[in-house]
Design a protein around this ligand. Structure first.
Ligand SMILES: Cc1cc2nc3c(=O)[nH]c(=O)nc-3n(C[C@H](O)[C@H](O)[C@H](O)COP(=O)(O)OP(=O)(O)OC[C@H]3O[C@@H](n4cnc5c(N)ncnc54)[C@H](O)[C@@H]3O)c2cc1C
Length: 437
């Protein structure tokens, strides 16, 4: 089976598909691309949650910001994700604790919650609230996962004093989720879900209100380093004092971020036709979004348009997109047989920037170039707070940004063959681990 190619732009095109969210918004014409020479305090590369959140924080403090986006606002992961707004990180907090110690790990956790609040505030500015709905749950996919879930519940309600969670035993799971074969649920009343493309457009509007200059179809081709930086696109350039690289899986291409700390993983989502309201209420009585406990996890939610949106099937290998859709549909029907006759109206995907530990990877090159990557599939809250703490660092207070800089990241192997071996083994190891639990 061929590997996904190393050309990440082509990978992104290959997996893009027909994103349901594109059908829920009326987008204005594309913003003009960068032409000619410009000057700014800060150039942000990438108009995803990380980039726009950073630009907005800076602009609110009077800093002149330019955002350069290769395609359109939200065309990356931020406008095509599962829309689940969750606390914490992709990795267990223990991964961060083991490297940084208790107090910094606790601070990182608190920042992850601040990121959730930021997203909620941005969403609330839109007239439709970006379809935000409260609640999320993790469902034990196998009996062997129940204790792990219970232990996470004890940590959340004990030491972390999160206070918004409820542990639901097997006999009672039907109260929160009508899917078959789940062995327990950890319900989080504080988390939520929304339409991520609407969120991106709301963020862009707020940026515009704050005089951030956003240029679409403006792919950065090079950054000349030094005390004064110069950022070039095909038709223009910007001289500036600071650069923020918020380009997700494409960052490596700019040869600014450390090499091979992020691996690209494809993830796919399907959306059914609109479903009868009574059936929706039976499948997810709470209206909460959900994911399961598998390492190669499935996640789902019912959208404001009453479509079941089912995502997962992270793949390190290239599969035909029809295979991915068939596989996801099969998984969905296994849990919700009532959806057997539901038409699949949309299928799309995106690329996830995974680090070896799944902890986020933020850093600083020279004193004036910052990078934000490695959200590992859990980026709505983390990218939002990443933008804020990067802005703080640019404004002279790098303490909170520094918490994450303490994390060390293992590089993935150099060379296609070795990487291929690691990626294939990774896939099969985690599938086997999920199956055996
Ligand atoms: C299918 C899928 C489902 C997911 N589900 C969830 C979820 O439910 N909850 C959650 O919390 N997280 C989820 N995630 C992860 C989350 O979407 C990401 O972590 C987050 O959006 C990353 O934001 P970002 O700003 O770093 O990257 P992006 O949103 O990808 O933005 C980066 C931008 O940089 C631009 N760019 C790249 N290179 C250049 C260049 N050279 N010049 C100019 N612009 C450039 C790109 O075009 C892109 O628009 C999911 C991700 C995927 C793919």
């Amino acid at each position: 089976m061929p590997l996904i190619s190393q050309d990440r732009w082509r990978e992104a095109e290959d997996i893009a598909g027909d994103c349901f969210y594109d059908h829920t918004v009326a987008r204005a014409q594309a913003l003009a691309p960068l032409t000619g020479e410009h000057v700014a305090d800060v150039v942000v590369i990438g108009a995803g949650v990380a980039g726009l959140s950073c630009a907005l924080e800076l602009a609110a403090r009077g800093i002149a910001c330019v955002v350069l986006e290769a395609k359109r606002v939200g065309s990356g992961a931020s406008g095509r994700n599962g829309g689940q707004l969750l606390p914490g990180f992709s990795c267990d907090l223990d991964v961060i604790r083991a490297q940084l110690g208790d107090a910094p790990a606790r601070e990182a956790w608190d920042m992850s919650l601040e990121g959730m609040s930021m997203v909620r505030e941005h969403a609330a500015r839109a007239s439709d609230g970006c379809d935000y709905q409260p609640g999320w749950m993790i469902l034990a996919a196998r009996r062997g996962h129940v204790e792990e879930l219970a232990s996470w519940y004890r940590e959340l309600s004990g030491p972390l004093a999160y206070g918004n969670v409820e542990f639901v035993h097997a006999a009672d799971v039907g109260r929160v989720c009508g899917g078959t074969g789940y062995h327990a649920a950890l319900v989080d009343h504080h988390a939520g879900h929304l339409n991520p493309l609407k969120l991106m457009l709301a963020l862009a509007r707020e940026c515009d209100r704050r005089s951030v200059r956003i240029f679409e179809n403006s792919k950065v081709t090079s950054v000349a380093r030094g005390a004064r930086l110069s950022v070039a696109t095909a038709q223009g350039s910007v001289r500036c004092k600071h650069v923020v690289v918020a380009a997700n899986v494409f960052a490596e291409e700019l040869r600014l971020v450390p090499e091979r700390q992020v691996m690209t993983v494809g993830n796919t989502i399907i959306a059914t036709e609109p479903i009868d309201a009574a059936l929706c209420a039976r499948m997810l009585p709470s209206g909460y979004s959900a994911c399961d406990t598998n390492f190669m996890l499935d996640y789902f939610r019912i959208t404001a348009e009453r479509r079941m949106l089912w995502g997962g099937g992270s793949t390190y290998l290239k599969h035909d997109s029809r295979d991915r859709v068939t596989m996801l549909r099969k998984k969905m029907i296994a849990r919700f047989p009532e959806l057997g006759a539901a038409r699949i109206d949309h299928a799309w995907g995106g690329l996830i920037d995974v680090t070896a530990s799944r902890a986020p990877d933020f850093g600083r090159i020279d004193s004036n170039v910052f990078y934000l990557q490695g959200f590992s599939g859990h980026g709505l809250n983390v990218a939002a707070i990443a933008g804020r703490i990067t802005a703080e660092a640019i404004l002279g207070d790098g303490r909170r940004f520094g918490v994450f800089c303490g994390l060390r990241h293992r590089a993935f192997p150099r060379g296609a063959l070795l990487r291929r071996a690691v990626l294939s083994v990774g896939t099969w190891y985690f599938r086997a681990r999920d199956a055996l639990a």
